[in-house]
Design a protein around this ligand. Structure first.
Ligand SMILES: C[S@@+](CC[C@H](N)C(=O)[O-])C[C@H]1O[C@@H](n2cnc3c(N)ncnc32)[C@H](O)[C@@H]1O
Length: 331
């Protein structure tokens, strides 16, 4: 039966065993994700492992099933094999099955996350080609080797107005609070967890412009209009009512003050959510935009972030917004 099914082109849709073979090979989330990546790009196993965040043995095992069934082809390049989907000459019924499968996976959050990691991985290929060949191609790596990663963040922080008061909302162990402190007048960290605040206190002990407050994001222990900037980093997936929290964040900003939200993009990794104690599977960018507008914020911009090559979690989004100077709130 395996050899009968081997090539999609040789199969007849009227033979049930051919149809069963196609469906069996498609009936797996990892293989569907692989096909969605390989239908437009030729990729190596290492690239697929990186994009799918799966070990090589798993990726190779599923590729073999797809290759046996004729969905993908491979060719050798140097020491590696490159794979791509190729159903140009496949049985029309197999192609229709794939069209249906494509349609049904279009709104799958996992596929959207994979596409983000694919874009980043493809961009990493560029240094070896064309314009980027030679010294320019080596610069990014050399820059990191010689000077590390953190100085770029410090340089960006140097753009902050030195007179600002910034609220780090859901500050956790105070990593960001600590990083901000040298660059602004005052940082106020707020968190409900005594354990997190204890770690933040230890971390910021030597900084005299840091204030840490225990309190909830739904009722911030801060007066209205007292902050120039607000940060909500990786906190909103933990709250029951993100709209209420964003409304509170907007309340404490002065007119023209800036809010920055970074959180998980919508994803399907239920196990990740369970292990991290989050209440929701991330946010869709349009949903985040609506929430920020509803909170009375202006100049709302939301965009997916290019995933960090070493990050194992879901991809993130970045949202920025300004407190509308025209809104007069009664508090
Ligand atoms: C994943 S941590 C992120 C911490 C920090 N922002 C960071 O980027 O490292 C989320 C933090 O939000 C806090 N948090 C969650 N829900 C909260 C709420 N309703 N009120 C106050 N803090 C909350 C948690 O205690 C936790 O410290």
């Amino acid at each position: 039966m395996a050899s009968e099914r081997r090539a999609l082109a040789a199969s007849s849709p009227r033979r049930p065993e051919a149809l069963l073979g196609w469906m069996e090979s498609l009936a797996d989330p990892t293989r569907l994700r692989q096909l969605r990546l390989l239908e437009r790009h030729e990729l190596g196993v290492a690239e697929l492992c990186d994009i799918l965040q799966l070990p090589q043995s798993t990726v190779s095992r599923h590729l073999k099933v797809l290759a046996d069934e004729g969905w993908v082809r491979s060719r050798a390049q140097g020491t590696t094999n490159l794979y791509r989907m190729d159903i140009g000459e496949a049985d029309p019924a197999a192609r229709r099955l794939w069209t249906l499968t494509r349609e049904q996976t279009d709104d799958w959050a996992t596929v959207a996350q994979d596409q983000l990691r694919l874009t980043r991985r493809l961009a990493e290929r560029e240094p070896n080609q064309g314009f980027f060949a030679g010294a320019a191609g080596r610069w990014d790596r050399l820059r990191e080797e010689l000077y590390g990663k953190t100085f770029t963040q410090e340089a960006f922080l140097g753009l902050l107005p030195a007179e600002w008061i910034v609220a780090d909302l859901g500050c956790g162990t105070g990593q960001v609070t600590e990083a901000l402190a040298p660059h602004v007048r005052r940082v106020v960290g707020v968190d409900q967890s005594a354990a997190m605040l204890k770690a933040a206190r230890r971390r910021t002990a030597g900084l005299d412009n840091v204030e840490l407050k225990q309190g909830s994001l739904e009722a911030l222990p801060l007066a209205a209009g007292t902050c120039d900037g607000g940060l909500l980093l990786l906190a909103l997936t933990y709250v029951e009512d993100p709209a209420a929290v964003l409304g509170e964040a907007a309340r404490v900003l002065r007119a023209g003050g800036r809010l920055v939200v970074t959180d998980l993009l919508r994803h399907d990794r239920e196990e990740f959510r369970r292990e991290m104690g989050q209440l929701r599977l991330g946010f869709d960018p349009r949903e985040m935009e609506r929430l920020l507008v509803a909170a009375g914020l202006d100049d709302v911009r939301v965009r997916p972030l290019a995933p960090d090559p070493e990050a194992k979690g879901p991809a993130l989004l970045l949202a920025t917004a300004t407190r509308n100077p025209r809104i007069v709130r009664r508090t």
